[in-house]
Design a protein around this ligand. Sequence first.
Ligand SMILES: Nc1ncnc2c1ncn2[C@@H]1O[C@H](COP(=O)(O)OP(=O)(O)OP(=O)(O)O)[C@@H](O)[C@H]1O
Length: 724
Amino acid sequence: MATLGMHRDFLMEFAGLEKSVQKRVFEVFEKFTAATHTGLHLEKLTNQRDPRLRTIRINDFWRGVVLKAETGDSYLLLKVLPHNKANDWAAKHRASVNEATQGIEIRNDIALERATAGLRARAAEEPARLFPVSEYPDKVLRALGVDEEILPIIRLVPDETHLEALHKVLPEQQYDVLLGLATGMSPEEIDRELVQAYARTAPPVTGADTGATEGDELGSAMARARGRVALVSGTDELQDILQRPFDAWRIFLHPSQYRVAYQDGYAGPARVTGGPGTGKTVVALHRAYHLARELPAGSPDGCVLLTTYTKDLAAELERCLALLVTDPAVRAKVRVVNVDALANEIVRADRGGAPLKLVFDQREILGRWARIARQVGAGFPDVFLDQEWRQVVLAQALTSPEEYLKASRAGRGTALSPLRRLQVWRAVSTFEEQLRRSGEWTFLQVCAEAARILDGGRQRRPFRHVVVDEAQDLHPAQWRFLRALAAPGRDDLFLAGDTFQRIYGNRVSLRSLGIRVTGRSHRLRINYRTTQEILSWSAALLTGEGAEDMDGGAETLTGYRSSLYGERPEASGYATRAAEIEALVHRVREWITSGVEAEDIGVAVRFLQLGRDIAGALQRAGVPVCVLGSGRTEPGVRIATMHRMKGLEFRCVAVAGVNDGTVPMTAALTPAEVDPRQHQEDLHTELSLLFVACTRAREALRVSWHGAPSPFLASVTDRPAPRH
Ligand SMILES: Nc1ncnc2c1ncn2[C@@H]1O[C@H](COP(=O)(O)OP(=O)(O)OP(=O)(O)O)[C@@H](O)[C@H]1O
């Protein structure tokens, strides 16, 4: 059988075609997989740069562009374009093999020549150089795959903006390497994370995986271009890929994603981190798939757990898993459920099946603490007691005053004398006793109890492998529970998360919980969701903010970048709430008029009342809306709180009501006089929330406020005068 590869660009263009043309594309290329390609008319062009390029007729108007091996039986589907554009494209482009990764890459010779002339002219006047020989000797760049033709060009590049302008012109792997260097990664990091990642993820040159035979250079090079070229193994697979062209994440994993997701086996807990949109969830899904596929014969169904923080996020994981795993037998091995629901199930089973009475209303909980504080009479504020209970007592699973007296209170901002500690303990034991007497539980208590049940052997550990998404938001009690779900050992836990997106204020040291990921932690850096403009704007919100990595180190956004480009985000202030809403409605209508589906527009707010008012205004303007979290999912513009936005993404996002006093929300901040450290932590959590909301946007981001803007916007706006 021929080796058939499909380039990412091919799939992206295919996605934009009419259904009837898509059907025809499938019919044409199905012949390759059925090995009846001898009857196909692959046309050569005059004046083409690469003698291996051919076009193929799809219908009167459309052509495919195919790279055909000189020797061997390999084909790479590169583009689907209107016929004149296909000819033009083929006349300008050339495929070559990257010298470091041996993967195939495509370059636009004509555009490169033009760009070089422009850079030369500029270089004569502009002395600045992004890649001076003194800092990046030829030898270093060559070792990273920058070839002899590209070297002299990039020596002329004055700055990052000019490098970014070359992103469609340079061979992709070389561009990745250069952008990585420009954004602060060291040559060693680039070598490890990009170059070696390609080399390691490439399947063997010959063998079942590629179908390539000895001497089939194109087949081998395609196999080494993972992330951009997918090898198609037959008609069914071709059909499956073409049926869901928008879900490219199922097929085109970047090598840095692939090597983490498909690693043969981790000796213990492993982890993937990375900024928003870098594909952590995608990697978690592929890891769950890989683990399920590799289970020994006879393994029970549901023995791989894929879990996350909330029910909504779990539902989204379930939907994506169904797209990725098409074999029902493999799918049955993976159970998807959120952490709290699973803990609840285990505790219920232990107590004979009766439902647990849960207390989850935070206002109700604070009311109880306030009453107890009055009883204890030591002047502790309700929030202080609640936080002390969750962040010290439950976090360390303390069960006696002696343990509490000795416990570390690191992270808490007020010192407590032994006497004050005993007073706190009295409040805590009263609170717990009241819950016990009325048969009530909080979610965290349920998790703590579930962990005790499993660790104490009252139930069997139910999973062989546990994969956790949004790991940054889990509380130590939830971690203890997750730790207890699978026996310690190979591939026991796989975690995906980003501490810059922590929005529930749970700080964790994985080490202290016996979860050691050191040496098995990987960071992703390429954003697949958002444009570079939105990314830089959102990252600037975090200027000066650090984040720890849950393993005793620091998290960083160095090298974090996107290869998508678009408009700069819009930041607008208004004198009144009504004026802000009116302008927002206007922008949403413009987005819809320009062809964006209503469901592809998200409006994020800090509290739902503003969302409801915006919903009303949009409806009055004839725009359908759906307020998320209201129980029904209907067509229309998605309106949700910033918390609810986590895990979602939209072509266009409006973040509204980013006012002073609302973002950060005063009520969500522990008063500095109660606990100054906690106050800072809460501020940080609120900032992360804004960061999360902004990074949900794929193409357009609009941030607005009325009255004074949020202090968080100081680093990204020049505080323009409010509009009227
Ligand atoms: N290799 C890939 N090819 C194509 N699309 C990808 C790839 N990896 C990720 N994506 C897409 O990028 C977007 C972001 O991916 P994902 O949600 O996994 O990122 P994340 O790191 O979990 O984001 P966040 O932390 O913001 O929730 C999704 O639309 C996903 O389908």
